[in-house]
Ligand binder design. Structure first.
Ligand code: G1P
Length: 274
């Protein structure tokens, strides 16, 4: 059903400067694998093979990563190092990659609208690679795809955050229809704790129905003067067409240095050292 996943990847990653001066923030690694590869693997685990990436200036390394490196492969052929490339090789063989560039940074909504040319008019997933998620047995996006198959409307991943941190997130309110599934009535981008409708925050996993593109075109700039996906989704939510899904699993905020270090330790202990 969901065949494509959009990765907005044009942002600057200023919190990691100088590391992200010449290198895309999506290429920062948790131990030995770039953040965006974890995201693509999550998409593939959800049955998605159409990978659509919205890039920008200075993001060439992403395209090179999801391509063959003949010289390197030739060098390590027949050695023990070959197996280190097997997972990425598998992704390249399984997926198709398409790219478009966001010329100006005008917000997440604008980045998603820029991706319309790669998506067309079908429901699609969105992964923000700096939210790194771990979940078993089903990865978070697969949990959401299953929910979409049942309800056929937009779905956003949510988690409870400390009340004082609502200013960092899109925040929702709604009625719980089944355990962990909320029919969203209200959503606000980065509200002050005093104005937040709840402490249920949106995290970087979405499934969107394609009418979102027309809605985005008609949505005025919101928080920080940027076109916000949260505001566009509120239009769908006012018609009862957005679900908030409290996913099973754990999410690391790799957009912050603290979250990135925690995720690094998690990957080192659970995957690399084992
Ligand atoms: C974006 C969204 C926000 C969401 C967050 C999840 O914000 O605008 O609604 O809660 O991602 O990571 P950003 O973190 O890009 O400022």
């Amino acid at each position: 059903m969901i065949k494509k996943c959009l990765f907005p990847a044009a942002g600057y990653g200023t919190r990691f400067l100088p590391a992200t001066k010449a290198m895309p923030k999506e290429m920062l690694t948790l131990v030995n694998k770039p953040l965006i590869q974890y995201g693509v693997e999550e998409a593939v685990a959800a049955g998605i093979t159409g990978i659509a990436i919205v890039t920008g200036r200075g993001k060439r390394a992403i395209e090179d990563h999801f391509d063959i490196s003949y010289e390197l492969e030739h060098q390590i052929k027949g050695t023990s190092k070959e197996k280190a490339l097997a997972p990425i090789r598998q992704i390249i063989d399984t997926c198709t990659f398409s790219y478009t560039r966001q010329i100006e940074m005008k917000g997440l909504g604008h980045a998603i609208l820029t991706g319309e040319t790669l998506i067309g008019s079908e429901p699609f997933a969105v992964i923000l690679a700096d939210d790194y998620c771990v979940a078993e047995p089903d990865p978070v996006l697969l949990q959401m795809v299953k929910l979409f198959e049942k309800y056929q409307c937009s779905v956003v991943a949510i988690e409870e955050v400390p009340a004082e941190e609502t200013y960092k997130y899109g925040v929702i309110d709604g009625e719980e229809e089944e355990e962990g599934v909320f029919r969203i009535r209200q959503m606000v981008e980065k509200p002050d704790p005093s104005e937040a409708p709840s402490n249920l925050a949106i995290i970087g996993r979405y499934i969107l129905t394609p009418d979102i593109f027309d809605i985005l075109r008609d949505t005025p700039p919101g928080r920080n003067g940027e076109l916000q996906i949260t505001d566009a989704l509120m239009t769908q939510a006012s018609e009862g067409r957005v679900l908030g899904y409290r996913f099973k699993g754990r999410r690391f905020d790799c957009g912050s240095v603290e979250g990135f270090v925690e995720a690094t330790n998690h990957c080192y202990t659970n995957y690399y050292k084992k």
